[in-house]
Design a protein around this ligand. Structure first.
Ligand code: C2E
Ligand code: CA
Ligand code: CA
Ligand code: CA
Length: 276
């Protein structure tokens, strides 16, 4: 506990050094953010480096709070998860993402959105996603759900069931942050996934570190062997992009191509960077 300016005591949450009081204020602001358009999605291109074309976008939540300024996603997502508000937040993200996907007229572009384990475990999650998918009249394979390995730890069979329901309706599944979680490779073949996303922490080292590069090379071979696509995340330089391409993976996402941008600017990017 630390003495606050008001003379009382604030209890600090270790992870972000955020006081309980501040968290409480933040949560009430966050609840309003959905109704006053403070909570929006930005979109980061996923790019085929060999074909030099955008193949998709990842939707990333942004909260520009009138009271707190730009709050980093890790911070408000965790707050939302811990307080149960993630359900409404996730629904807002799904609606914005699907509306954006609907706006894209270029064929073959896929927009992915993130899902936390808490959302996925909601009993009505798949019903909601499918209802919205139909409401927006989206083409099969035009959207993808990104899940992390942490979704799989507790109830693997149930998660697989849910993912199958989604894939049966034409929604793709990406395994996010691949390699950072509980890395039993055996479960990969049981999952109805379309792509794995190699975490930025691996990409950071590929140019400088021979062993790091061998690991990425092995992950890519394994994934391709299992008929999965691979997207390398957090690619910041041309050297990294080339290195990944040399390992046989052409799909990249990162600041080297573009930072996440507003829906409007993402549509403009589609016209400037050519698509397939
Ligand atoms: P993530 O799903 O792994 O998303 C990738 C993160 O890396 C994003 O951070 C993105 O802006 C950042 N990034 C992309 N390329 C680069 C690069 O070249 N260099 C660097 N340094 N960073 C790059 P962001 O937007 O801050 O999101 C952080 C995390 O918050 C996400 O990690 C995801 O776990 C979570 N998140 C974001 N939006 C949502 C959402 O709508 N729902 C849920 N459940 N989680 C979300
Ligand atoms: Ca992601
Ligand atoms: Ca990721
Ligand atoms: Ca991550």
């Amino acid at each position: 506990a630390k003495r606050s300016s008001k003379g009382g005591y604030e209890i600090f949450n270790d992870q972000f050094g955020t006081s309980i009081e501040r968290r409480f204020q933040m949560l009430s602001e966050l609840k309003f953010s959905i109704y006053n358009d403070e909570l929006t999605c930005y979109y980061q291109p996923q790019y085929d480096y060999d074909k030099k074309a955008i193949v998709g976008f990842e939707s990333l939540a942004r909260w520009n709070s009138a009271k707190f300024g730009m709050v980093p996603p890790i911070q408000f997502i965790e707050l939302a998860e811990e307080t149960g508000f993630i359900k409404q937040l996730g629904r807002s993200v799904i609606n914005q993402t699907f509306a954006f996907a609907k706006r894209i007229k270029n064929p073959g572009i896929r927009v992915s959105f993130n899902t936390s384990p808490v959302e996925l475990m909601q009993a009505d999650f798949t019903d909601y996603v499918i209802e919205r998918f139909r409401y927006y009249e989206l083409e099969p394979q035009s959207v993808a759900i990104e899940i992390t390995e942490s979704c799989l730890i507790e109830s693997f069979d149930e998660v697989v069931k849910k993912l199958r329901i989604l894939t049966d309706c034409g929604i793709c599944v990406y395994l996010d942050d691949f390699g950072t979680g509980f890395s039993s490779l055996a479960y990969l073949k049981e999952l109805p996934i379309h792509s794995v996303k190699i975490d930025k922490s691996f990409i950071d080292e590929i140019v400088s570190d021979k062993v790091g590069r061998d690991i990425v090379d092995m992950i890519i071979r394994l994934a391709h062997r299992l008929n999965l696509k691979v997207i390398a995340e957090g690619v910041e330089t041309q050297e990294q992009a080339q290195c990944i391409s040399d390992c046989g993976c052409s799909l990249i996402q990162g600041y080297y191509i573009s930072k996440p941008v507003s829906g409007e600017n993402a549509i403009t990017l589609l016209d400037t960077l050519k698509t397939c």
